[in-house]
Write a protein that binds this ligand. Structure first.
Ligand SMILES: O=P(O)(O)OC[C@H]1O[C@](O)(CO)[C@@H](O)[C@@H]1O
Length: 405
């Protein structure tokens, strides 16, 4: 569990203040994507969590109160006794007392997950301490037959040439980002066909140029979801290590449960175990990765800032130092993207390099589009996507690979 001091430290040393010039995304436009997340997904998620555990009276009352607050009330501060009361008092200055729909969407979502963990006594000192309220959903996905099939498919890849294998594994990690359990609370899961021609930006050639085989670089991977996303991420990491694109990989996960399916250390262990216990190539990949953790070639870290409601431009000095120390950082997923470029209504053709100029080193985003923000598109692309009439920004049917050297 992160200490209050660590989170305080994370918030104090904030570096330059994040971008300006485009309106921050709020959730107060009925019918907008952000409005739907707060008005529909969060209440549905409270119900799902309530149904998934034999919680006691106190937890049911707390979930009722949270539901009432997010639908009819205003943002309330954390109770004084909470370990991170001070941290959130600072983060919430100017936000408490407002409608949840009128504060920045990024902030509201993040605080919602903190409050949900509070309601189920995740941070308490009692028997529910550390019980992940999303664990049943993550476990069901990880033990499902879809994962069996995905692991079996690795056998066919074992003998393909390395560059072809690399391209396939990169795409598997990219599209694995559609496997997001929060996204499935209300939306239909996109079908396999939806991914055809779904790339709105593709800097993969530059990515491989930055990672030549034999370069022995250190790479950071900022993970997103567990299960069907983390498994292809791990398989890609194995490939990078095996082919000597990287000598060391640091995998950054969340310190506490977040956005339903975001990967924590427990989820990393569960995914690695799933790989090692699989037959064939998947099992061999799992064994190699397990061994890599023991030698330090694969290291897992869980900085408190990964659950902060803030853009990465405001990252604390120690995390900035970690990213400075590697040759490339790969950010997975939609939420990381929102935090990387800042959750604002940017013109979609704003260069990705401009929005990430503050980042201390080369950076890559692998993301399926599941919320409104997007940058780095070629001129004319947003217009033609709009003409298609599809919900291309939010439905997970489109994806991007963006790189800044
Ligand atoms: O798991 P990912 O790719 O970060 O997606 C999370 C996304 O889900 C939502 O919470 C709701 O769709 C978005 O607001 C958020 O960015």
């Amino acid at each position: 569990m992160p200490s209050d001091a660590a989170a305080d430290e994370a918030d104090r040393d904030t570096g330059p203040v994040a971008g300006s010039g485009a309106p921050v995304i709020l959730s107060n436009e009925p019918g907008s994507f952000a409005w739907g997340v707060l008005a529909e997904r969060h209440p549905a998620l409270i119900q799902q969590v309530r149904d998934a555990f034999p919680y006691g009276r106190r937890q049911h009352d707390a979930l009722d109160a949270l539901l009432d607050e997010i639908t009819n009330g205003v943002v309330e501060p954390l109770p004084r006794a909470e370990h991170d009361h001070g941290t959130w008092s600072d983060r919430g200055r100017g936000r408490f007392g407002q409608s949840w729909f009128d504060v920045p969407f990024l902030w509201a979502e993040s605080y919602f997950y903190r409050r949900l963990l509070g309601a189920v006594e995740y941070f308490g000192s009692g028997p529910w301490q550390g019980i992940d309220p999303f664990a049943p959903f993550k476990q069901a996905e990880l033990s499902g037959t879809a994962v069996d099939e995905e692991l079996r498919a690795l056998d066919a890849l074992a003998d393909t040439p390395a560059d072809q294998r690399a391209a396939t594994l990169l795409h598997a990690a990219l599209w694995g980002n559609r496997a997001d359990l929060g996204f499935r609370v209300t939306a239909a899961e996109p079908t396999a066909d939806d991914s055809a021609d779904g790339l709105v930006a593709d800097d993969s050639a530059l990515l491989w140029r930055l990672l030549p085989a034999g370069a022995l670089a250190a790479i950071a991977v900022v993970a997103d979801n567990a299960g069907r996303e983390l498994i292809p991420d791990l398989v890609l990491i194995d490939h990078l290590l095996e082919q000597r694109h990287a000598e060391q990989v640091v995998l950054h996960v969340k310190p506490t449960p977040y956005y339903v399916s975001d990967a924590t250390t427990s989820d990393f262990v569960a995914c690695l175990r799933r790989l090692t216990q699989a037959p064939g190539e998947a099992g061999r990949i799992g064994a190699r990765l397990w061994a890599a953790t023991a030698t330090g070639r694969l290291e897992v870290r869980a900085h408190s800032f990964f659950c902060a409601p803030l853009p990465y431009e405001e990252m604390p000095g120690d995390l900035r130092g970690e990213f400075e120390a590697v040759s490339l950082t790969i950010f997975k997923g939609d939420l990381n993207y929102r935090r990387l470029v800042d959750d604002r209504k940017w013109d979609a053709t704003t260069p990705f390099a401009d929005r990430t100029a503050y980042f201390p080193g080369a950076v890559t985003a692998l993301r399926t589009l599941k919320s409104d923000v997007v940058v780095g598109l070629a001129r004319g692309t947003p217009e033609s996507l709009e003409r298609s009439g599809a919900a291309w920004r939010t439905s997970g049917t489109h994806a991007l690979i963006q790189v800044r050297e």
